[in-house]
Design a protein around this ligand. Structure first.
Ligand code: CU
Length: 456
C-alpha cells in the first residue's frame, strides 16, 4: 500500500511540468520532420535520412530518428512508437517520460517471498543547440530505493547479483539506485555521413550490452527483472562513465571508460570511484525495424566482495520492432551474454522476450531465459560452490491499458512465471518448477504530444 502511494506521488511531481506543457496550444498538424541540428540543411538532411523512415518522424542528428535513442547511448529500432511529453522553452527542447509499476509480487518456496513492490523510473531530458552541435542533459530517477528495498530487493526466484547486508543477494532483485542516470551528451555532425557523440555521466550507462531491460520496449509490460541481468545489461547504472562514439546513419562505434564497480547497498547516493573499466560496442540499424549490437567489456573489480576477480563480458543482441494492425506494436529482443569471471570460467545467458500490443489496449508479453549460474552465484552450500547449474525462466503476461489520463497511460496487468531448475537444486527450491507471479498497476507515458516542438 505504501509502495503504491509512493509510486503515485512520484508521478505527481513531473505531472506539474506535464500540465504546463499540455496547456500550450496543440498544433493539429503533425510535426514536420525537420532536423533539430542547425548544422545541416533540411534537403541535405532528407537525403541522408533512412530510406524507410516515414517523413513524419522527428529527427535528431544525421538523419537519425529521435526514436532510435534508447537507454544511455544505446540504439533501438527506428520503428519505435513515440511516448512521453515533449515541449520547448527558451531554446531548450524538453522530454519527459517514465514507466512505473506498483503491485504484489509472489514467488514460491522457501527461497521465494511475497510483498508489495514499486518498480520503475522517471526521466527528464533537455536539449539545446551549442555551437555547431547539440548539448543534452538528462536525469533519471527510480523510486525503487523506497518501494523495493525490503531484504535487499524484491522477491525474484533465481535472481543473483549485488549484495545485502554484506552478503551476496539471491532470489531477490536489488533496487535500482535513486539516481539511475545523471548525464550530459554532446552530439555533432562532421559531414553528410558522419557524426560523433560524447557522453559523460556521474551516474549512467557505458556502451556495454543491449538496451537495458527497464528501458526495452519488449520488456515494457513486464515489471520484473531478467535473471540474466548480470550477464547482459547490469552495467546500466555505473557511477562514473565517459563514452565517445562515432556514427553514420546506419552504424555506431563507441568506447567507454567507466567505473565498473557495482552500486553499493546505499541506493540513494553516488558511488563514485576511479574509472577502471572499459568497453567497446558496435551498434547497427540495417533496417527501419531492426537494431543489433555487439559489445565487450573488461571490469577488473566489479564485485565489492571479490575485488580481485576480473570480469570479461561479451554480449550480442538484436531487436525487432514493427507496428501491428492500426494501433498496435510488436517488439522482440534476443540477447546473448557471456561472462568470464575470475577463476570460475565462462558462463552464458540467453534471452528471448516479446511484447505484442494488439490494439493500443490489450498487450500480451512473454520472456524465455536460460542462464548458467554457479553455486557461488546462487549462494548454495560450500560443496556446490563451484558447480554450474543451467536454470530457466518462462514468463507469460497480459496487460490491459485504459484511456490516457493526460500524459499518463494507466493499465493493469498480470505476470506468471515458471522456473526450471536441475534436480540438484530441487531440495533448495522445493520443486524443479518453482513458480512466481505478480499483479500490478502500470503507469506509462501516453503516446507523445509534440506541443511546441518546433518553436525554434
Ligand atoms: Cu538493473
Amino acid at each position: 500500500m505504501r509502495s503504491a502511494l509512493l509510486i503515485l506521488s512520484f508521478w505527481a511531481l513531473p505531472w506539474v511540468a506535464g500540465a504546463q506543457a499540455s496547456q500550450e496550444p496543440q498544433s493539429s498538424e503533425p510535426a514536420p520532420a525537420e532536423p533539430s541540428a542547425p548544422a545541416m540543411g533540411h534537403h541535405e538532411h532528407g537525403a541522408m535520412a533512412h530510406e524507410a523512415a516515414p517523413s513524419s518522424e522527428p529527427m535528431s542528428m544525421s538523419g537519425i530518428p529521435m526514436m532510435r535513442n534508447a537507454s544511455g547511448t544505446a540504439w533501438q529500432p527506428d520503428a519505435s512508437p513515440h511516448a512521453g511529453l515533449h515541449w520547448s522553452a527558451a531554446g531548450w527542447d524538453f522530454m519527459f517520460h517514465g514507466l512505473l509499476f506498483g503491485g504484489y509480487d509472489w514467488q514460491s518456496g522457501s527461497r521465494g517471498g511475497h510483498e508489495p513492490v514499486g518498480i520503475g523510473w522517471l526521466m527528464l531530458m533537455a536539449d539545446h543547440d551549442v555551437g555547431p552541435g547539440r548539448f543534452g542533459a538528462r536525469v533519471m530517477l527510480s523510486p525503487e530505493p523506497f518501494t523495493a528495498q525490503h531484504h535487499g530487493g524484491y522477491p525474484l526466484l533465481l535472481q543473483t547479483g549485488e549484495t545485502y547486508q554484506g552478503e551476496p543477494l539471491h532470489d531477490r532483485q536489488h533496487p535500482h539506485d535513486l539516481f539511475m542516470e545523471v548525464a550530459a551528451t554532446y552530439t555533432q555532425t562532421l559531414s553528410r555521413d558522419w557524426g560523433f557523440q560524447l557522453y559523460a555521466a556521474p551516474a549512467g550507462e557505458p556502451a556495454l550490452g543491449p538496451v537495458a531491460f527497464p528501458h526495452r520496449l519488449s520488456a515494457s509490460s513486464d515489471p520484473l527483472a531478467v535473471i540474466g541481468h548480470h550477464w547482459e545489461d547490469s552495467t546500466h547504472i555505473s557511477f562514473g562513465v565517459l563514452t565517445a562514439g562515432l556514427f553514420t546513419p546506419m552504424a555506431k562505434l563507441e568506447a567507454s571508460w567507466f567505473n565498473g564497480r557495482e552500486p553499493d547497498e546505499n541506493r540513494k547516493d553516488f558511488d563514485l570511484r576511479k574509472l577502471d573499466s572499459y568497453s567497446l560496442r558496435l551498434s547497427i540499424n540495417p533496417a527501419h525495424e531492426v537494431s543489433a549490437q555487439l559489445s565487450y567489456g573488461y571490469l577488473p573489480s566489479h564485485d565489492a566482495l571479490h575485488p580481485d576477480e576480473p570480469l570479461h563480458r561479451m554480449t550480442a543482441s538484436a531487436m525487432y520492432h514493427r507496428p501491428f494492425g492500426s494501433d498496435g506494436h510488436w517488439a522482440t529482443t534476443a540477447v546473448l551474454g557471456h561472462n568470464v569471471e575470475g577463476d570460475h570460467g565462462g558462463s552464458n545467458a540467453f534471452l528471448l522476450e516479446t511484447n505484442l500490443d494488439l490494439d493500443g489496449r490489450n498487450v500480451v508479453f512473454g520472456r524465455a531465459e536460460y542462464v548458467q549460474k554457479t553455486g557461488h552465484d546462487l549462494v548454495l552450500p560450500e560443496p556446490l560452490d563451484e558447480e554450474r547449474f543451467g536454470v530457466s525462466n518462462l514468463v507469460l503476461g497480459y496487460l490491459r491499458n485504459f484511456e490516457p489520463l493526460g500524459p499518463v497511460l494507466p493499465g493493469v496487468g498480470v505476470r506468471a512465471a515458471v522456473n526450471l531448475v536441475p534436480s540438484a537444486l530441487e531440495s533448495t527450491y522445493g520443486s524443479r518448477t518453482p513458480v512466481g507471479g505478480m499483479v500490478y498497476l502500470r503507469l506509462a507515458s501516453a503516446p507523445m504530444q509534440h506541443s511546441g516542438h518546433m518553436a525554434h
